[in-house]
Ligand binder design. Sequence first.
Ligand code: SF4
Length: 454
Amino acid sequence: MLIRSYSSLSNFYKVTRKQSVRLSKGFSVTVSALEKILRTFIAGSGKQLVFEKPLESNPHFNDPAGLYLHIPLCHNYCSFCPYLKERYTDGLGLLLFEAIKREIHIFSEKCSLTNITSLYVGGGSPLVLGLMLSELVDLFRSKLHFDGDVAIEVHPNDITGKGVEVIQRCNASMISLGVQSFDDRVLKSIGRQYGATVAKSALSVLYKTGFDSLNVDLLFAIDGQDWESVKTDLQNARDLGATQITCYPLFTFPYTEIGRYLNLKKVKLPPFSVRKNIYYKIHEWCLRNGYVRTSVWSFTLSGNKPFSSVTRERFAGFGPSAGSYNGRQFYFNTFDITAYAEKSDQGYLPVALTMDVPVELQRLFWVYWRFYETSIDTDTYRHKFGGDFFKDFKIQLIILTWLKWIEKESGSHLRLTARGSHWLHLLQNFVALNYTSKLWEQMKQCAWPSRIDL
Ligand code: SF4
């Protein structure tokens, strides 16, 4: 299992958190100061987010929710990757398959969730399970009476005849292909075990198979990568049929082995100004080519369904390390695959930690994720929380409007500007993902921690 030391994280952070960034003309702050302000904003002055061992670990959902299934197995092992995963073996695949089946059964008996909107399967590389994956999807349908969209993350190496058969048996309508780049040199530098030919062929095959949504993940801001190289990747994605393009900077993942990876590979991240410049150029290119921004990372071809893993308001997670949120509590399953299997074998849900979410935080999460989707409907806010958005966030709105991060859209909508999107994607790295980083770090080291303070 991947365990990264704190020193590699802090070494990585020292480089980036000290950087001074210009928020507006004549107004600069260090990233670290910005992070402090946002932490205070999120958790409340001096408060910490506290996850504890659950007293009662059977989540109940009163509102519609999406299902999330995490398959933490890969044939590959990419150093930049933050997600929980282990190398696939037939034994581990079977152990996981049986344990997930038990978790679905236990959930269906002990929890309530009546209105399921979708199923998102992420990883890892979910297709490594082969036809066992479609059996799991069938089990969600029969035990939880789920009948919505199925979205699956796939790896280019898995798009073989058998892989496509599994996708079709799952009746998936939305696919995300983790291409990362169509450039052999870039793929080699980040340790991907396929070349541009395989990546292009996988996208063509998926396009011909036909899906409501076909997302392509691309990395940008890798050392040596310039705008021309990023543009060629975007063109390839568009020409081969992507209905959505999602662009991530490499520095998104502070909690990976990235410090060690960067040292080992002698990879240097491009300066902040270069990353920023490329981010804006991606934005312009996508708008010129018929894509509209649907999140701070993603651009969806006009008229197509957006593909997203993270913006469901409520979600019930299955599999090791999966998280759940029912609107009042967060739950996290244990990260340890063996402990996960043992717990479900004893007839219990494998929930390791929970956190009660106070109403103020519920509102903030909702607002954060709507801005992440780049648009917020203030009428929906009133309907959900019974408050006036403009009064509840008066000061924040004054600041964000002054910074030109948000603007009024039609009707009751506010929209994140290109500048706001850039800053939100950056702050996501330093705040939201920093919280995740600390949580994951400790969860990877202990299967059943008694408490984690963030
Ligand atoms: S990037 Fe994908 S294939 Fe690589 S280790 Fe992570 S989940 Fe596995």
